[in-house]
Design a binder for this molecule. Structure first.
Ligand code: 5RP
Length: 215
């Protein structure tokens, strides 16, 4: 799948226009996008990054990393996903960067999602759904999610997010209504962010292949 990720990441460069500040997600597919962005870095003003990991890679290419509070609305956000359905709803957060990713997606006019074909699903939920949680609320949120969804929450032990929080991965879900589930989980006190990107879903999905497929 590495080759498919590279092809998807490189294809996303088509959406970058001169003078843009580009929103940049996190993960191995995005790493290929960042490397391709490095090759055209003189054409862009800079980037807003969704993680320390992406910030380091952007800076290594000499791309200036800007604060979202200073940039205002972005024209373009490019990010990967763990699952993607036919409606361009996503599960994200396998890399624990979901909160900053969701913030930048919301702040962007166009969200281009780059995936390899294995990420395409009919129904979201086979990939455990990440939920970022304030540490003291971990057990409470796990109980509430179990009661609400029937899914099995598993603490991603040892992982602390860039925001100082913990992650629960919810196993055994079949998400028939992603918007409703996103809203419901968001209501639980202690939830910082749920890795369902359904209310603000992708606008364009690029599936890596020879040639890449643009949905
Ligand atoms: C990070 C994410 C990533 O986009 C997702 O995990 C996909 O990663 P990869 O491109 O490495 O398969 O949501 O929080």
């Amino acid at each position: 799948m590495t080759e498919a990720k590279r092809l998807a990441g490189e294809k996303a460069i088509d959406y970058v226009q001169d003078g843009m500040i580009v929103g940049v997600g996190t993960g191995s597919t995005v790493a290929y996008f960042i490397d391709a962005l490095g090759a055209i870095k003189d054409r862009i003003k800079g980037a807003v990054s969704s993680s320390e990991q992406s910030t380091q890679r952007l800076k290594a290419h000499g791309i200036e990393v800007l604060d979202l509070n200073h940039t205002g609305t972005l024209s373009l956000y490019v990010d990967g996903a763990d699952e993607c359905d036919a409606n361009k709803c996503l599960i994200k957060g396998g890399g624990a960067a979901l909160t900053r990713e969701k913030i930048i997606a919301q702040a962007s006019q166009q969200f281009v999602c780059i995936i390899d074909p294995a990420k395409q699903v009919n129904t979201l939920g086979k990939f455990p759904l990440p939920v970022e949680v304030v540490p003291m609320a971990r057990s409470l949120v796990a109980r509430e999610i179990l009661a609400m969804t029937g899914g099995q929450p598993v603490w991603r032990d040892g992982v602390v997010t860039d925001n100082g929080n913990v992650v629960l991965d919810i196993h055994n879900l079949t998400i028939s209504d992603p918007v409703a589930m996103e809203k419901a989980i968001n209501q639980i006190p202690g939830v910082v962010c749920v890795g369902l990107f359904a209310q603000r879903r992708a606008d364009v999905v690029i599936v890596g292949g020879q040639p890449p497929q643009v949905l």
